[in-house]
Ligand binder design. Sequence first.
Ligand code: NDP
Length: 280
Amino acid sequence: MAKIIDGKALAQKIRENVKKEVDNLKLQGINPKLSVIMVGNDSASAVYVRNKSNACKNTGIEFEEYFLPEETKEEELIELIEKLNKDDSVHGILLQSPVPKHINIDRAFDTISYKKDVDGFNAVNVGKLCLGKDCFISCTPYGIIKLLEEYNIEISGKRAVVIGRSNIVGKPMLQCLLAKDATVTVCHSKTKNLADVVKEADIIVAAIGKPNFITGDMIKEGAVVIDVGINRMEDGKLIGDVNFEEAKEKASYITPVPGGVGPMTIAMLVENVVKSAKNS
Ligand code: NDP
């Protein structure tokens, strides 16, 4: 029976440390501040922004929201980002995705100064991550590495399989695991014999967006299972990409949904804001 990895508890510990660091920075006259931009009315995004706002409030980080209407032009968004780049009182800039289709999100991410890109989505930070240089790391993979470290789970030399190759989870996860000396395979929708590949893994990271996609028979006895997926079911319940009931019988460690990776993503965001404030 797997040991449950408690992301909520570690996230709480990280937030407490962040709060202490924020208090220290304030004593030095630095007031850490995060600016969040949301374009349009995506209801899931509104919930994520509210959670980020609460995490900032709880840690003493100043939080500023820009809710832009759906019809906002790309140039208007770029102008706002450029204004925030120049504003010395702002330490972190976050553009909530998705944005309306008429906006080129890659251009917007790349307009955010890499020094304030606390989400780690800017091409400069992605490049630095690949090169093993100090940078802002995408919060979800960064949080997963912290969870593995907290539970003293060996990464070096292990076979890791990441399912999903998105720019915000799968690809940076690959780099983070590689940097910790894992042998990493990334699977996606064109992968052949996916179950056989997953079965070889000592560490499985599922970031697909399909409920219960990873079943017990795909999991090697004793594997560590990290479930990134957040899928809202019709009854309002949140479930992951892994069939938790089956997986917990095979795995040595497993993250629950909710309460696993999700809280860590937000904890790493506030940690990144403090890092940026310190760098300033
Ligand atoms: P994306 O939709 O951007 O990427 C999904 C990935 O899954 C793609 O690479 C896709 O492959 C792959 N995939 C889809 N179907 C299959 C399949 N049948 N077999 C193998 N691979 C498949 O999702 P995200 O990375 O943004 O998010 C993934 C999940 O994680 C979502 O549930 C999201 O809500 C959740 N999430 C949770 C966070 C947290 O804090 N816990 C943070 C961010 C996301 P291909 O590239 O070939 O299309």
